[in-house]
Write a protein that binds this ligand. Structure first.
Ligand code: AMP
Ligand code: MN
Ligand code: MN
Ligand code: MN
Length: 278
């Protein structure tokens, strides 16, 4: 039985580090009962046209989105933009600077891995990536394929995070820039998966304060498989800060069986959903 609109406002395709083509992602979302899907690839919008085309003629509403990598307080946070105009120049110029950084970072990652005795990582990672975006998950797949770790989560821990051989610090957009690009493109900026950053509660409040100050309008109260207590705490924060609540699976691949498109807890009653401004 289905009586509520199913929103999933965070997902990835092969235009970043997801494993489904945009059209396959849309087909799967329809199959899983999603009514409104946002495609939010990392630092790029190349998948949106194909996703929109795939959604045409179906009951699924496709929201054009993006997930921008941001450096804040020396760490990385992710800001999702929803309802953006992918053609917007300010946004595209910003995203193109991020793409340039990714190219250099990938080369540096490969050279650090080389020094750790692992050769061919750049070519190997590229095999898993589209032309537009090369990220750590592509390197992770290469490293697993070559037996350097047993699975993706293991490979991140051992190679791709701070103080590990393949790690290169991010030099991403500022919070101000990311929100500006999204807003300039007519979209709404929300903080992605706020519970996933290793931050104290105080620091999280500081992030939310800074974010709101520069024009951010909400954050993900529900993200993927999340503990109900965490959802409750985030809902409370959203209310305190008078910010809108978003929800998204952060789906990357059908191989990850515990994250599925549209498989999300309902937003708590106290929340004002982000779609109230769509
Ligand atoms: P990047 O933007 O290239 O630094 O890569 C970040 C992406 O790597 C995230 O969006 C995830 O898809 C993936 N990722 C990061 N940490 C992990 C992890 N521990 N396990 C699996 N995937 C991860
Ligand atoms: Mn990702
Ligand atoms: Mn993210
Ligand atoms: Mn994501």
């Amino acid at each position: 039985m289905k009586n509520m609109t199913c929103y999933d406002l965070h997902s990835h395709s092969t235009a970043s580090d997801g494993s489904l083509e945009p059209s396959q992602l849309v087909a799967r979302a329809i199959d899983k009962g999603v009514d409104v899907l946002a495609l939010t690839d990392h630092d790029g919008t190349e998948g949106i046209a194909a996703a929109q085309q795939a959604a045409q003629g179906s009951d699924l509403r496709l929201i054009a989105g993006v997930e921008i990598s941001v450096t804040w307080a020396k760490g990385t946070v992710h800001i999702v933009g929803l309802n953006i105009d992918p053609e917007n120049d300010v946004l595209q110029q910003g995203l193109s600077s991020m793409r340039d950084f990714r190219v250099g970072r990938a080369e540096e990652m490969a050279s650090r891995l080389e020094k750790a005795g692992i050769s061919g990582a750049l070519e190997g990672a590229k095999k898993y990536a589209s032309e537009v975006m090369l990220g750590r998950l592509h390197f992770a797949k290469f490293l697993v394929e070559h037996g350097h770790a047993k699975d993706i989560s293991d490979v991140f821990k051992r190679y791709l995070v701070r103080n590990k051989p393949g790690y290169v610090p991010g030099d991403w957009a500022s919070l101000t820039d990311a929100v500006h690009w999204i807003t300039a493109a007519g979209g709404q900026a929300v903080i992605a998966h706020p519970a996933r950053y290793k931050m104290t509660a105080t620091k999280r409040r500081r992030l939310i304060t800074d974010f709101k100050d520069v024009g951010g309008v909400g954050f993900e109260v529900v993200s993927g498989r999340q503990h109900p207590e965490e959802v409750k705490a985030l809902a409370k924060l959203a209310q305190q800060f008078e910010l809108l609540a978003s929800c998204g699976s952060d789906f990357h691949t059908p191989d990850n069986t515990w994250v599925e498109l549209g498989d999300l807890a309902a937003l708590p009653e106290s929340c004002t959903p982000i779609w109230s401004v769509f």
